[in-house]
Design a protein around this ligand. Structure first.
Ligand SMILES: Nc1ncnc2c1ncn2[C@@H]1O[C@H](COP(=O)(O)OP(=O)(O)OP(=O)(O)O)[C@@H](O)[C@H]1O
Ligand SMILES: [Mg+2]
Length: 266
């Protein structure tokens, strides 16, 4: 059975999708198989792995899987990624499409929030980790992911607003896990992205985090702000494939975070 983890924050642009793709890469480097489930109509997670969902490429996506909602139907949407080996053999993606937004208007139908969990039944039984890339909201798409997952991982910048949004996400999970049919849902920890050591404000935020979120809940290493991380995402390649010293150092940090993920979930 896969261990399922939903990566989120109520704030946009903090690196939820970067964390999803780079942790998938780190897990693959540890020999783990990974299914990435894109739950954001922005379609970033799969695009950065070289999967393009558009009118010229009409493949089944998470949107149809949620709409259909029959047990196991999401298997039809599993897609190969375009990254090189070893990633290509170990990582699969269930892409999103812009019309995923249409699933939101169906949220009032009784049991609607269970649709993704049902569609995924049995689909990741032979996968080690399933990662959900959540959108920057606490609305229905995020709730579909929180209903289907075992754990949440909150991604945050060491910034005032981002930490505030992380708190909202944590409180939302605490208050709503039971009504999302997932009373055991827990927050695994907090992954810090876009750290700039020279910024006093970042270090000030980081100083207070352990106390705020709980001893040991802040994952290390912190992921630094690195042009290489953006460059790899923009060119649809794994970070390590860039081959520069900075990219390798960043890929090593993501791998350490993947090792931590394995440790706290096994
Ligand atoms: N550590 C980093 N260093 C440099 N660039 C980064 C870093 N993390 C993310 N980025 C870049 O910043 C942008 C926003 O990151 P990303 O899309 O991963 O955030 P997100 O939280 O998923 O955003 P959204 O809320 O829109 O889904 C992207 O262009 C990404 O490549
Ligand atoms: Mg994103």
């Amino acid at each position: 059975m896969a261990t399922r983890i939903a990566l989120g924050n109520n704030k946009g642009g903090v690196g939820k999708t970067s964390a999803t793709d780079n942790l998938a890469a780190g897990l693959a480097e540890e020999g783990k198989t990974v299914l990435v489930v894109a739950l954001d109509p922005q379609m970033n997670a799969e695009r950065r792995m070289g999967v393009h969902v558009d009118e010229d490429n009409p493949i089944p996506t998470v949107s149809e899987a949620i709409k259909n909602a029959q047990p196991g139907v999401a298997v039809d949407a599993i897609t190969e990624i375009a990254w090189p080996e070893p990633y290509r053999s170990l990582i699969r993606v269930i892409p999103a499409r812009y019309d995923l937004e249409n699933r939101v208007s169906e949220a009032a139908v009784p049991g609607a929030v269970l649709r993704l969990r049902t569609a995924l039944e049995g689909v990741d039984d032979d996968v080690d980790y399933t990662l959900f890339d959540l959108p920057p909201s606490l609305g229905h798409l995020t709730q579909l992911g929180l209903c289907a997952t075992d754990h949440a991982l909150i991604i945050s910048e060491p910034e005032y607003d981002s930490v505030g949004s992380a708190v909202r996400m944590r409180d939302f999970i605490d208050e709503n896990a039971a009504v999302l049919y997932n009373p055991g849902l827990n927050v695994l920890g907090y992954l810090i992205n876009r750290y700039r050591a020279q910024l006093g404000a970042h270090n000030f935020q980081l100083d207070g985090l352990d106390e705020r979120f709980g001893e040991g809940s802040i994952w290390t290493p912190y992921v630094k702000e690195r042009t290489a991380i953006k460059d790899a995402a923009d060119s649809e390649v794994p970070l390590r494939a860039l081959g520069t010293a900075v990219a390798t150092e960043a890929a090593d940090d993501w791998r350490k975070l993947a090792q931590h993920l394995i440790k706290v979930t096994s």
